[in-house]
Design a protein around this ligand. Structure first.
Ligand code: TXA
Ligand code: MG
Length: 340
């Protein structure tokens, strides 16, 4: 059998000016891949209605074929193109949180190629709250399928530099813009069953969803009997820096002491030890977890550039954005230590 060879492409760096976005849209319309900024993380976009273009996403990222993609819209009018049997809950949430970091899982239409949703009969959809993203989708005139624009298993990219690092030579273009302000991916909310279930905590908090829906929102995976991941993507090891990461949880003062002790001990053994969030945690105690979320993935990559041998991170309260941050830290951790 002939061996498949991945041909390196020259990846264009495009500005977010009107002319550059027209060029980006033309690339997507003819079946190419363009990385673009959203408020959460950079996405790797292709025409969601073009099966061959969508297939290129899996190839460029090295993404497992059973992990479905999120479809990005520029208006709620496009929703019925890709999703059907849309419940009242979905319209209410869309009205309240879109554009914004909330992806809704709904039954898919026939128009959507099977590979977008990895063969499932549902699709994840969202409208991003980012001027460049909305303009690009609008110029394309079609919904855009886009996972995070990282190589599979790497932290999601929050800066165009991260995309260059992971995907240069594998995609047609990258739009150069400011760093993604939220820094953590969208909340994935399943509305295809009896009640709303968060499959992946993200930029919109459980508390905010419950307030708008006036009902309880379950978070999948919190109960021991639900350890099997609901969103296919959550079963893969994610967001992992190269060095082993130890997550220290438990009583705040004691975990801080243990973190410092471990830092001193491993440093004295000649290891390069990175503290992921000690300084940020102090700030976030007053300013909320937003600052920490925005910096998290960039910090993980920095640990790689600095060739750390070991990374220590402390837990953060799992409230508001904190739930999403703890989800990512637990996924990145090779070991969790709980101090009593
Ligand atoms: O903020 C975000 O969501 C970013 C930006 C670019 O929009 N995108 C993103 O996509 O994080 P990705 O592919 O890295 O993560 C999508 C997650 C995966 O865990 C996937 O398994 C889940 O959503 N997902 C997508 N479609 C699904 C479906 N039909 N049923 C269950 N889970 C689904
Ligand atoms: Mg991803």
């Amino acid at each position: 059998m002939a061996k498949r060879v991945f041909l390196a492409k020259r990846t264009l760096l495009l500005k977010s000016s009107s002319t550059a976005l027209l060029k980006a849209a033309a690339i997507i319309r003819r079946g190419g891949l363009v990385a673009f900024p959203t408020e959460t993380v950079y996405g790797l976009g292709a025409d969601a209605l073009n099966e061959r273009a969508v297939q290129k996403i899996f190839r460029a990222k090295g993404r497992p074929q059973d992990n479905p993609l999120i479809v990005h819209l520029s208006s709620t009018g496009q929703l019925t193109l890709v999703a059907c049997q849309i419940p009242d809950r979905a319209w209410r949430l869309a009205e309240h949180f879109w554009p914004g970091p909330l992806s809704l899982i709904l039954p898919k239409t026939e128009a959507l190629p099977a590979n977008v949703s990895a063969g499932l009969d549902t699709v994840a959809v969202r409208m991003p709250a980012h001027r460049t993203a909305l303009k690009l989708i609008e110029l394309c005139g079609v919904p855009i399928a886009a996972p995070s624009a990282n190589r599979s298993g790497r932290p999601s990219p929050t800066s165009f530099r991260h995309v260059v690092e992971d995907l240069s030579g594998r995609i047609e273009a990258i739009i150069v813009d400011e760093d993604c302000p939220v820094g953590i991916e969208s909340t994935v909310l399943d509305l295809s069953g009896a009640g709303p279930v968060i499959l992946r905590p993200g930029g919109v908090s459980r508390e905010a969803l419950e307030e708008v829906l006036s009902e309880k929102v379950r978070v999948a995976g919190l109960l021991p009997q639900e350890m099997a991941p609901q969103a296919p993507g959550m079963k893969y090891r994610h967001y992992a820096p190269r060095a082993p990461l130890i997550l220290i949880t438990g009583a705040p003062l004691r975990r801080r002491v243990l973190t410092e002790e471990l830092f001193c001990y491993f440093s004295s053994q000649g290891l390069r030890v990175g503290l992921l969030n000690a300084a940020l945690l102090t700030e976030s105690a007053s300013g909320g977890p937003e600052k920490f979320a925005a910096a998290l993935f960039g910090q993980m990559r920095r640990m790689d550039w600095e060739n750390k041998d070991l990374i220590l991170a402390e837990e953060i309260k799992p409230q508001g954005l904190g739930l999403a941050i703890m989800n990512r830290l637990r996924k990145a951790a090779t070991r969790v230590i709980k101090v009593l």
